[in-house]
Design a protein around this ligand. Sequence first.
Ligand SMILES: *Cc1c(COP(=O)(O)O)cnc(C)c1O
Length: 421
Amino acid sequence: MSKFDQIRAAESKLLLSTYDRNPILFVGGEGMYLIDEDGHHYLDLLSGIGVNALGYAHPVIERAIINQSRALIHTSNLFYHEGQAELALRLTERTGLDRVFFANTGTETWEGAMKLARAHAGLLRSEGRQIGTKFLALEQSFHGRTFGSVSTTHKAKYREPFGPVVPGVDFVRFNDIEDLRAKFSNDVCAILVEAIQGEGGVRPLTQEFLAEARALATSTGALLAVDEIQAGMGRTGKWCSYQHYGIQPDVTTLAKPLAGGIPLGAILCTEEAARAIHAGMHGTTFGGGPLACAVAIAVIDHIDQDNLLLHATDVGEYFVTQLRSLATKHETIEDVRGKGLMIGVELDSADLAKLTVAEMLKRHIIINCTSDTVLRFLPPYIIERTHVDTAIAALDEIFTQHTAAFSGAQTTHAAGGKHLG
Ligand SMILES: *Cc1c(COP(=O)(O)O)cnc(C)c1O
């Protein structure tokens, strides 16, 4: 039995069968590439689901890990260490928010944001305001897998096996202002959104919808919480995707790329929201440890030093332009959308989308498919135009070879015209 077959057999016996893994064993990485056990290089346009912002084996991350792990890895939050305030300053400056709570993962930050909204509404009630405990979330949203987060995640397949989930969540139709107005009331303690939905198919909110959410929340004292776990930390060319709208939330959450591959999450909020929290109400053992903070500081400083926000904007625009020109050639492409290096390509066939991911992998290029028909690209911020060209050539070849077999029969959008503007 090969080493790979041994590992696969052991996993299938020993692990919960939550994942349907690709049959590849990665043992290393370098820059934009993952390296398998036979030394094959794979161009990674997914960066471990939006995590490896600086790619693999980046010297800045390596140095931060070596230095900090020699000094101090963990203290618990019973004591001070050098990293939290320094990182919090960088995050507050970049998000326009005032205070930070550090956690470990995306879902943990979202749980904390929901608890903060409930606690804040409780504080307002104690001050005589009329405000309830309900949450409004959006259809197609994804906020994580723990109970609170999964309760605000729209897809039934994530919630239903675990029911009853947390009650008091209403889902608003995506970008439907009338539905938002109809469902909003004094009963709502927070409106919960992603400014650009990730899992939901790389779908941006409209300016009007986010502005209305902001106005409604302000009118009652409810919080507007924007989940930036996937879109934040520079991926879209700005530190947070809500900054493209010029609209400030009361709360935001960061995680995936925050510490370049080391688990770290952060909840950020306004001074007003922070009034609701006092010592002992919320906490975490590992969150904001010295190692994760040191790496996050190094990642942020490197993003600034190498102008990677500008680079993400630039290469992202090039990527989208190339994809749109591919769309003029291949009918199967229904839409190309995204900001910076968060890009989705919607196909007219779920089967073709699935096949495309597999065919790309055969060509040693990693992408994924979300919401059945959307090819998703979340490359490291260090991607160059030549990597884009490689991906476009591969997609062109795959669509040329395989579209015929799927067109018509598998169409999922009956009369959908192209939206390439
Ligand atoms: C990935 C993701 C989460 C959950 O993060 P985990 O670290 O997997 O818990 C929440 N919200 C969004 C928008 C995400 O993309």
